[in-house]
Design a protein around this ligand. Structure first.
Ligand SMILES: C[S@@+](CC[C@H](N)C(=O)[O-])C[C@H]1O[C@@H](n2cnc3c(N)ncnc32)[C@H](O)[C@@H]1O
Length: 250
């Protein structure tokens, strides 16, 4: 089967397939009605197998296997309906754009921030974090290099607010709301990206067009396909972070 292009649509199809099979099984085998755990396990199993046929990335299998069983467990907590709504709204304000951007939220650690600071020249530097999350990296860099200027773009509303609040006392950090794709990169000495494999080829095209000669593009963990980095930095942290450094402007 061909991979389904839109991950949310694919997930819905897999879940609905599981519900349909479990529903039919409940109709056909009445003893199953006294075994809700068995019915839920069947639903989860069918959803996971459907995801396998969709050639979904491996983490989707874990999501499908866990989704309905966790829902069943959560129902036993007897939470008020507003708690579900609040949970949905919070998650939406953080992850609502992930289906299109294909970039979830995870954060750069302190050891990696220190390595990035080493990459900055001793003179005044302008740095941008494309998708700055909670602004944690920019905060650390701003403390290490108060003489430099740092800009962060974030398109998830709640994450952006988080970054704004956390960076409010730092005069050399500017957190902006919106997509970095519409922001030109020509003014930056270092462009930092911790995204995912999905946007790397497009980011390279943008960086090649806009970045100045000598300016650095540093990508945490995700390489630009088919482009050799000018430097590969292995950070001595637990997750063995790799920083792929490029000079898109030559
Ligand atoms: C993996 S996190 C990295 C966060 C931060 N840069 C760090 O290293 O700690 C990626 C962030 O990029 C944001 N993001 C993804 N695509 C974006 C876009 N087009 N414009 C702005 N933010 C984006 C996501 O919402 C997420 O917060």
């Amino acid at each position: 089967m061909k991979a389904v292009a839109h991950p949310l649509r694919a997930a819905l199809i897999a879940q609905a397939g599981g519900v349909a099979v479990a529903g039919l099984a409940l109709l056909a085998f009445t003893p199953l009605r006294d075994q809700p755990l068995l019915a839920v396990a069947l639903q989860a199993g069918v959803a996971a197998v459907t995801a396998l046929f969709q050639r979904a990335p491996p983490w989707w299998l874990a999501i499908h296997l866990g989704f309905m069983p966790l829902l069943l467990l959560a129902r036993r907590l007897h939470l008020p309906p507003l708690a579900w709504l609040a949970g949905f709204v919070v998650l939406y304000l953080i992850f609502g754009r992930t289906d299109k951007s294909r970039v979830p939220l995870y954060l750069t650690n302190a050891a990696t921030a220190r390595e990035i600071a080493v990459l900055l020249a001793p003179t005044f530097q302008r740095v941008i974090d494309l998708g700055c999350g909670n602004g944690g990296l920019l905060r650390q860099l701003a403390h290490l290099r108060p003489d430099c200027r740092f800009v962060g773009y974030e398109h998830a509303p709640l994450t952006w607010l988080w970054a704004r609040v956390m960076c409010r006392h730092l005069p050399n950090v500017d957190i902006r709301y919106g997509s970095f794709w519409t922001h030109p990169l020509k003014d930056y000495d270092l462009v930092y990206a911790f995204l995912s494999p999905a946007p790397m080829a497009e980011l390279w095209t943008k960086a090649r067009k806009e970045m100045q000669r000598g300016a650095r593009l540093v990508s945490n963990s995700f390489a630009v396909p088919e482009i050799r980095p000018e430097r590969l930095i292995e950070v001595a942290d637990r997750r063995r972070t790799r920083l792929h450094c490029y000079r898109p402007g030559g």
